[in-house]
Design a binder for this molecule. Structure first.
Ligand code: CP
Length: 331
């Protein structure tokens, strides 16, 4: 693995290898080995052109726990506000010696350009680009699902190291969601079955070519007893002001597609609820659903650190061909 730009970059074995390495990273943290020397002398640049709380902080934490030097760049307060381009920003950071560039950008494809235009010699990690991809979110979601649903953690009939046999309902604003796109690809790669649930106005053109079923009826999907429900944030900031909002009002959206206590009761006992955050409480998810024992939303954030440690480790300290046995021995 030279860069991580898209969930589609990962084969089933590579994805499982990242998840296994994440488990090893989590184990070191659980043993209170807070800092590993693995990336000492390496520099990780967090290049954020779009707002973030979870992703930015967890990449910073992950890099520091691997002993890397970290440079945090935020477009706000930088020369981007004077019109400096992505290219010149990247060249400036490269001049300071970046071994890895973690980039979030409002334009779909910006991380690909950064990786392939020669503006940085470092590994590029996509931390979310436009409506396109957010691969480390999909990896931390898969890691969380595996912990809860596979082997001793969940359904006794689902074993192994991938998610074969698991049914995940991904619910909400699929149209604007890079999390949905990355998750559909990665969950499919890992053998899970995905049902996308959304109002027709928030389903992308071409969705029927995705490896997922599409439903417009949340209650009917919950009646199928999915193993997990992944709620998506309604991304009002990406919606056109033309028409004044989205389908057809917030109240109707919540009635048709919001997860609440009544809908939680439709789920099987082992089912878990995920949300990538930030949540619109009271819109796509009620407070009692978000705070219920089924919700693993805070755990997703904690798992994000282990997964991002694994990704940085595999990109910077592994050679991309590292075998599982070698990786197991390393942290
Ligand atoms: N899930 C996620 O990407 O959250 P942030 O926007 O806070 O990073």
């Amino acid at each position: 693995m030279r860069h991580l730009l898209s969930a589609a970059d990962l084969s089933r074995d590579e994805a499982v290898h990242v998840l296994d390495t994440s488990a090893q990273m989590a184990a070191t943290q659980a043993r209170e080995i807070k800092k590993l020397p693995t990336l000492r002398g390496r520099t990780v640049v967090n290049l954020f052109f779009e707002d973030s709380t979870r992703t930015r902080i967890s990449f910073e934490t992950a890099a520091k726990r691997l002993s890397a030097d970290v440079i945090n760049f935020s477009a706000k307060g930088s020369s981007v506000s004077k019109g400096e381009s992505l290219k010149d920003t990247a060249l400036t950071l490269q001049a300071m010696g970046a071994d890895a560039v973690v980039v979030r950008h409002q334009a779909s494809g910006a991380p690909h350009t950064l990786a392939h235009a020669g503006w940085t010699h470092g590994a590029v990690v996509n931390a979310g680009d436009g409506t396109h991809q957010h691969p480390t979110q999909a990896l931390l979601d898969a890691y969380t699902l595996r912990r809860h649903l596979v082997g001793d953690g969940g359904r006794s009939d689902v074993t192994g190291r991938d998610l074969a046999g698991v049914h995940v309902a991904v619910v909400g604003d699929v149209l604007h969601s890079r999390v949905a796109r990355s998750n559909v690809q990665l969950l499919h790669t890992l053998g899970a079955r995905v049902t996308l649930v959304a109002p027709p106005t928030l389903v992308p053109v071409g969705v029927h070519a995705w490896p997922a079923q599409v439903s417009y009826d949340l209650d009917a999907t919950l009646a199928q007893q999915p193993d997990a429900v992944m709620m998506l944030r309604v991304q009002r900031e990406r919606m056109s002001s033309a028409g004044g909002g989205f389908f057809p009002s917030a109240v109707e959206y919540t009635r048709g597609y919001g997860l609440d206590a009544r809908r939680l009761r439709l789920l099987p006992d082992h089912a878990v609820v995920l949300h990538p955050g930030p949540m619109n409480r009271g819109l796509e998810i009620s407070a009692d659903a978000a705070d219920s024992p089924r919700a693993v939303i805070v755990e997703q954030v904690a798992n994000g650190v282990a997964v991002r440690m694994a990704v940085l480790y595999l990109l910077l300290a592994g050679d991309g061909r590292t075998t599982n046995d070698e990786a197991r021995a390393t942290p």
